[in-house]
Ligand binder design. Structure first.
Ligand SMILES: *Cc1c(COP(=O)(O)O)cnc(C)c1O
Length: 865
């Protein structure tokens, strides 16, 4: 018989052990090995059995054992120490507390969070990044208040059929069995948010609070009795269901998320956020909810829009068009219009926010969450420099008339949370040898002083741990596929703790090319089975449940790895999750990544490997494009000019094989006697010193705080002051400037100062005649753009200098003057442009308004000598 409902009965801890409950409830344990040691001591056997999940541990441990511990003075002392340590961690001032002019609180929205394997609320990189963001924020004292959804079945766990086909299982999670507490009103009833749906339906949700160190994470859960069945199922699983389902999830996340924050701040006395950061477009409706709040407080839509934009940060995560979140516009119209409309927020304004720029008439039917995200956020970023560049191109249409380089999308390269991903032995070595690194995140040069032998010994230990764990997992996988124990003796000898180990683990969308390594199966086989320099490969990855193509790729890999001649050297381990991820990034010598450039926005698993002393072997995409320096790993040559995809794969695979055979294996096995491979260790140390300080999530958080959160809080504060006076003024100014812009023209540009033969070092004097129409000179900025010109007279990476106003005539004609330095030889050109100017603008492109001369550049093809 199956139970119709399950729940977890929590143990009542003896009073002496109350602190144990607190330690379990704060997820800081997941990156604090000393706390995990303490949990292990509660009952080492049970601790292993429950897979290091402390809530499960407390549920499973015998009452007798708890009574025994309650009388164990030594255990109680350790418990008290751990509780003190947590208290100190939670309250002591940290980096953020040394800053001024920073927001009192920041709201962070994400559809998924990867915090610990025991909280399976993530599918891949986006969620893991969100988890690392919160942990690093906690470590640095950044006052983030995070919001997400609690999926009752999380993301699926993966196993294989006998034929190697991916099977999905959705575990049933009981919030009572997770380190969560329900948010309650003062009277003890659960706090609720409600969202009106079309046809008089209502969706309710309760709010679970997870503690990620100092960061509260609010998780909305629609599985409550007041909801109809459909509404109850909204938070059933991550990325499951159709478009309707996704819309309801995103409504709950965005609109419900803001309401949950308001409830939490009211109940817990928490500071209200000044900045709202959305991790990808899925939470974009949060901006609409905040506009609703402000319009109900008597601002107009445009005024509210300005106030909201100023305090919103939007991070885009994908350059893959299929990865962009879109809805049919009529679905949005149904949700936010008709009988369900918000009285102060016109539905056509909402639809306009999500309309794709330049869409043909027929395509107006699409509502694009990324585009809305960019219109609702004054500050937008990609997640690596290359991804920033690609995003500027991808979204250029939102800022017509501006060069790609001026599209206001910046970038902050992702990072990873070292205490989560770095092997304990390495953390301890660093703690012993490089104390300043642990305390102040600097002093990476010190790595050079650590002996090769010390690092090599730890690397072997981590590799051996991976080999052991891989055998256990592989045996389980074969059992699940129907093999009998007796057939599986060979698994005892699978993988070798002394063989060069390459890891490849990631989600399986086609651009990540799981099967590139199978391009030439015979060559791969020779590499694996090389008599002196063998290589072993450990592979893991989940395909999206709806992605049949991805499942086929997994089946191909599994088919290859099943073969008797190679199965001891190549394994596919099912169910890639954080626990397996930790084993892999710690145990592999080389981390391989071969995406189709430039579709990997950043990639973070290679950063985790690098921090563990692994070497990257990767296509120069995402973060690796930025930080590969020629000697800190290997760059697989990319054939991104080659149009035929099969030919391109072949070329890149050949490059990959060459590198493995001639560079990677060569270096790894180049030993003098029994000692560590000297040239390999050189590269490991160089990897640690060159990449260590950059790839940390702490570096990423500092960048977010100084480049985005603090400026956003300043803008939002300026707009909100004096009853939103500046928001009112700014919105009115934008309307006036947009209305009058057709009257703005660059009429004429005169030059002087350089004579007939311009020479390097001279300056070119400019005088521009500008028609201002209805505008004042102070409404605009007149700029000279200058620099090298290309074959079609286009300015290449121009520089800008402001011209100053000389006179303004009554008819609106104005003269602006300035000087352009002739700072480089060769073809040189310039032009003049007019853009709006207001102190509250974050970029000249913000309004998408620009005026340039009808006859563009002057002095084109003039050559400097
Ligand atoms: C780090 C990590 C990811 C993201 O890694 P990518 O390099 O972006 O593919 C995905 N899943 C798990 C379990 C991870 O640990």
């Amino acid at each position: 018989m199956r139970a119709i409902r399950r729940f977890t009965v929590r143990t009542v801890l003896p009073g002496e052990l109350a602190a144990l409950g607190e330690l379990v409830q704060n997820l800081r344990w997941s990156w604090h090995p000393e706390t995990m040691d303490l949990f292990a001591e509660v009952d080492p056997v049970v601790w292993e059995r429950v897979g290091h999940d402390p809530v499960a541990l407390l549920g499973a441990v015998e009452a007798d054992r708890l009574r025994e511990l309650a009388g164990d003075r030594r255990f109680l002392r350790r418990l008290a120490d751990a509780a003190d340590d947590l208290h100190e961690y939670m309250t002591a001032p940290r980096w953020y507390q040394t800053l001024s002019g920073v927001p009192r609180a920041i709201a962070y929205f994400s559809p998924e969070y990867g915090i610990a394997a025991a909280l399976p609320q993530y599918s891949g990189g986006l969620g893991i990044l969100a988890g690392d963001h919160l942990k690093a924020a906690s470590d640095l004292g950044v006052p983030i208040l995070a919001v997400g959804l609690l999926y009752r079945h999380g993301y699926f766990t993966q196993s294989l059929s006998p034929e190697g086909w991916q099977l999905e299982h959705y575990p049933s999670l009981d919030p009572g069995g997770l380190p969560l507490t329900l948010l309650k009103e003062a009277d003890g009833t659960p706090a609720r948010v409600r969202i009106e749906l079309p046809e008089q339906r209502v969706m309710h949700a309760q709010i679970w609070v997870a503690r990620v160190g100092r960061v509260p994470l609010l998780l909305l859960d629609s599985d409550v009795a007041d909801n109809d069945t459909a509404a109850r199922d909204v938070t059933d699983r991550l990325y499951g269901g159709g478009t309707d389902h996704r819309l309801l999830q995103e409504l709950l996340l965005g609109v419900g998320g803001v309401r949950a924050i308001r409830a939490y701040c009211r109940i817990a006395g928490h500071e209200e956020p000044e900045v709202f950061h959305t991790n990808e477009g899925h939470a974009g409706f949060l901006g609409l909810e905040r506009i609703r709040e402000l319009t109900e407080a008597r601002l107009s839509f445009d005024e509210a829009l300005e106030a909201v934009r100023a305090g919103t940060v939007f991070t885009t995560h994908t350059p893959v068009p299929a990865g962009i979140d879109r809805f049919p516009a009529d679905m949005i119209a149904r949700q936010f219009g008709g009988g369900n409309a918000w009285p102060t927020v016109p539905v056509d304004r909402i639809l306009a926010l999500g309309a794709e720029p330049g869409a043909a008439e027929g395509d107006k039917a699409v509502f694009n969450m990324a585009v809305m995200g960019m219109r609702l956020a004054q500050r937008v970023n990609g997640v690596s420099e290359l991804h920033g560049e690609v995003s500027r191109e991808m979204f250029q249409g939102l800022w017509p008339g501006f060069d790609v380089a001026e599209v206001p999308i910046g970038s902050i390269t992702n990072g990873v949370h070292a205490p989560t991903w770095v092997g304990r032995e390495i953390m301890e070595l660093a703690g012993r040898e490089l104390p300043s690194l642990v305390e102040r995140a600097q002093g990476w040069e010190g790595v050079q002083k650590i002996s090769d032998a010390d690092i090599w010994e730890i690397r072997r230990k981590l590799r051996a741990r991976l080999v052991e764990a891989a055998r256990v997992r592989l045996r389980k996988s074969w059992r699940d596929r129907g093999a009998s124990q007796a057939e599986l003796g060979w698994i005892d000898d699978v993988l070798d703790p002394d063989v060069l180990t390459i890891g490849f683990a990631r989600r399986v969308p086609s651009y990540k090319r799981l099967t590139l390594m199978l391009s030439d199966p015979d060559r791969l086989r020779r590499i694996l089975l090389h008599p002196e320099r063998p290589v072993q490969i450990v592979i893991a990855g989940k395909a999206h449940p709806a992605d049949e193509g991805g499942k086929k790729l997994i089946q191909q890999i599994v088919g290859f790895a099943d073969a008797e001649d190679v199965r001891h050297r190549i394994v596919f381990l099912p169910d890639y999750d954080m626990a397996l991820g930790q084993l892999l990034v710690q145990g592999c010598d080389v981390w391989m990544n071969n995406p189709l450039r430039p579709l990997e926005a950043c990639g973070t698993s290679g950063m985790k490997a690098a921090l563990n002393g692994g070497l990257n072997l990767s296509i120069r995409d995402g973060w690796w494009d930025e930080w590969y320096d020629g000697t800190n790993g290997w760059a697989i040559p990319t054939a991104d000019g080659v149009a035929d995809p099969e030919r391109r794969d072949e070329l890149e695979a050949a490059g990959l094989y060459d590198l493995i055979e001639h560079e990677v294996a060569d270096r790894f096995y180049d030993r003098a006697g029994d000692g560590p491979p000297r040239r390999w260790m050189e590269m490991v140390k160089h990897t640690l010193t060159s990449l260590g300080p950059k790839v940390l999530a702490g570096r990423m958080l500092r960048d977010y705080v100084t480049e985005l959160y603090a400026p956003a809080a300043r803008s939002a504060g300026a707009l909100a002051a004096d009853g939103y006076a500046a928001a009112r003024h700014f919105a009115a100014w934008k309307l006036r400037v947009s209305g009058a812009w057709p009257g703005v023209r660059v009429e004429h540009v005169e030059t002087g100062g350089v004579g007939d033969t311009p020479q390097l070092g001279a300056t070119l004097d400019l005088r521009a005649t500008i028609a201002l129409g209805e505008l004042e000179a102070s409404d605009v900025r007149v700029q000279a753009a200058y620099g090298r010109v290309g074959a079609h007279d286009e300015l290449e990476q121009p520089e800008y200098t402001d011209l100053s106003v000389e006179t303004v005539c009554d008819d609106g004609t104005a003269y602006f003057t300035g000087a352009v330095p002739l700072s480089r030889t060769g073809s040189f050109g310039y032009t003049v442009r007019v853009v709006p100017s207001h102190p509250l603008m974050a970029s000249p492109a913000e309004l998408g308004l620009i005026a340039v001369p009808e006859e563009p550049a002057g002095m084109t093809n003039g050559t400097l000598r």
